[in-house]
Design a protein around this ligand. Structure first.
Ligand SMILES: [Zn+2]
Length: 259
């Protein structure tokens, strides 16, 4: 009888010991889980929450978007044009610096939504009805104008300044502005995406400047997510795939504008 009682006691003791071990193992596991969860919580998201394909393709209203601000009339020859807030504040600083050095920077184009770009594109498309091959027709427009949905001007990070002619920047007045921008724009975060001598993409544009701290995020997003298949909704859109618009035009920019 004594022996049986001793045996029962030993079994109970063994079980309670086992349970204790198990419990401490569980605690360890919970601790581990907690650490993993914490890590995930503090990890910064790669892209802002509003950034998606519709945003990238200019399918939103800048006047109603939290990232956008209306450009004051004194800085532009257009009405009701918008820019990304950070890009605008950087532009204002650059404007003041240029003004002190004797130059006036004038924004002649800023954010252009999808439908605005569609208007530009289809006017150009109509003008070239003598070019029968649709790919050649699109390529001729693409020397200077973007297909709707693929323009950096959708993003609010891009500005066209002063005069939209490369020849102007060879004149005495134009050269002074261009040289000042080349020397100073980068101090305010601006770079020039359409330089001469790139392997493909739009022709050189000496008037087009990009606010790199924001536009390089969108460029990276485009590199990872944009597809030629998404380009539609205007005349000649079916040529996008053959032309490789995403690779050659959206991403065919000066390397200084992208990491
Ligand atoms: Zn431009």
């Amino acid at each position: 009888m004594k022996n049986i009682l001793f045996l029962i006691l030993a079994i109970i003791l063994l079980f309670s010991c086992k349970n204790t071990v198990k419990t401490s193992k569980q605690v360890e596991a919970v601790k581990k889980d907690t650490i993993v969860v914490k890590k995930d919580t503090i990890k910064k998201p790669k892209y802002p929450s509003f950034l998606n394909i519709d945003f990238l393709m200019g399918k939103f209203d800048p006047s109603k978007h939290k990232r956008f601000v209306r450009i004051e009339d004194k800085y532009t020859n257009k009405h009701n044009v918008y820019l990304d807030k950070a890009a605008y504040h950087a532009f204002l600083k650059m404007y003041d610096a240029a003004y002190k050095d004797g130059f006036k920077l004038l924004i002649v184009s800023a954010t252009r939504p999808f439908n605005y770009q569609k208007g530009i594109w289809e006017r150009n498309w109509a003008k070239r009805k003598n070019i029968k091959d649709p790919v050649k027709r699109a390529l001729d427009i693409l020397k200077f104008s973007s297909m709707p949905g693929t323009s950096r001007h959708h993003w609010g990070t891009e500005i066209d300044l002063n005069v939209l002619e490369n020849s102007y920047y060879a004149t005495e007045e134009g050269k002074k502005i261009f040289d000042w921008m080349t020397e100073n724009a980068h101090k305010f975060g601006f770079c020039r995406p359409y330089t001469a001598g790139r392997p493909y993409g739009y022709n050189e544009e000496k008037w087009h400047w990009s606010y790199k701290p924001v536009s390089e995020i969108y460029t990276q997003y485009a590199r990872e997510n944009m597809k030629d298949d998404y380009i539609s909704g205007f005349k000649g859109a079916e040529t996008a795939k053959q032309i490789q618009v995403t690779k050659k035009y959206i991403l065919g920019i000066n390397k200084n504008c992208f990491k």
